[in-house]
Design a protein around this ligand. Structure first.
Ligand code: PBG
Length: 327
């Protein structure tokens, strides 16, 4: 016997020399929930996460940034009375997200601020797009009418100072239209991170609780992808790349590592992956019950996502993982 792979594992020093994937705080994007209230509030459906006031948001983003996390992405909880069928609040220049972006860019200029472009926090139907009902009462999510709204929303985020706008709606053709809108208004430097392969996933449940944004009627299966499909993800990525996306995303991450790996092969663009609320909570709840070691499992799952091919990881663990990696 002369082939002994164990030689490369014989000490911490050798293991560190041959390690192929290294997690770093600079891989992470920190998703943060915000609301209009003056106080920070624990989120019942997502223990360990808060809905931040604007002051709380700035403090939390700063402490994550000081640990090496380069970017945050914002998700607003919008008051019921501001939700309308037309989702007009989404592009209010003084809306919650727009004010939050201005505050963050003023307070922490080196922080990359990403905004979510989709209508679900704003429309009274809880869908990512505008909803129409046919004679039978069946709902239809309108594509092209929605894309016009998304363009206005993305533009208002750019005007507020967003570095990257991130359409998570899965309407067809939105990347090209948003790029066109931003270019026409001279926002040549604002990037588009497209949720290219976003699946109709049960793992989003806790997030919808956090924003009270669950669809009132029907589900999201006519726009988000079927969990059984992989080739279709490559098609979506190809379209978004051709339409001018700067980065593409796969979501969720953990149950879709094969998709991350295939997308990595299919494009030279940076690939992001979103470890979503349900993935986070499965680790958190098993950890809280004493069944797994939260820190070890969280870091291992993030390493797996990076090893599969993700350059960028959106994770609710961003700040804690940055701290763990430092310790
Ligand atoms: C909606 C949006 C969702 C998430 C991010 N943006 C939920 C959905 O599509 O219903 C989910 C994130 C998570 O579960 O952590 N535009």
């Amino acid at each position: 016997m002369h082939l002994r792979p164990r030689r490369n594992r014989k000490s911490a020093a050798v293991r560190s020399l041959v390690r192929e994937t290294r997690l770093s705080a600079s891989d992470f994007v920190y998703p943060l929930f915000i609301h209009e209230k003056e106080v920070d509030e624990e989120i019942e459906s997502m223990p360990g996460c808060k809905r931040w006031s604007l002051d709380g948001l700035v403090a939390e983003a700063r402490s994550a940034h000081e640990l090496g996390v380069p970017a945050v992405v914002l998700f607003p909880a919008i008051a019921d009375e501001l939700k309308t069928p037309g989702a007009e609040e989404a592009w209010n220049p003084d809306g919650l997200v727009q004010r939050a972006v201005r505050r963050l860019k003023e307070a922490i200029p080196s922080l990359c601020v990403i905004t979510d472009v989709a209508l679900d926090p704003y429309n009274s139907d809880g869908h990512d797009g505008l909803v129409a009902r046919d004679g039978e009462g069946t709902i239809h999510v309108l594509n092209d009418e929605t894309v016009e709204c998304l363009c206005r929303q993305a533009l208002s985020h750019a005007e507020a100072g967003a570095d990257i706008v991130s359409p998570s709606d899965m309407m067809d053709g939105r990347v090209a239209m948003i790029r066109h809108e931003l270019d026409c208004e001279d926002f040549l430097e604002v990037s588009i991170l497209s949720y290219s392969a976003k699946y109709a996933s049960a793992y989003y449940g806790p997030f919808r609780g956090a924003l009270e944004s669950a669809p009132k009627d029907g589900d999201k299966k006519t726009y988000q992808m079927d969990p059984g499909n992989a080739r279709e993800a490559i098609r979506e990525v190809g379209l978004d790349e051709a339409e001018g996306a700067d980065m593409v995303m796969v979501k969720p991450a953990g149950p879709y590592l094969d998709i991350i790996a295939r997308v990595r092969e299919a494009t030279v663009l940076p690939v992001a992956a979103y470890q979503v609320s349900g993935e986070y909570l499965m680790i958190e709840s098993a950890g809280a019950a004493g069944w797994v070691d939260t820190k070890a499992v969280a870091l291992e799952s993030l390493t797996g996502i990076k090893r599969a091919g993700a350059d960028i990881i959106l994770t609710y663990y961003a700040k804690r993982a940055a701290q763990w990696l430092k310790d």
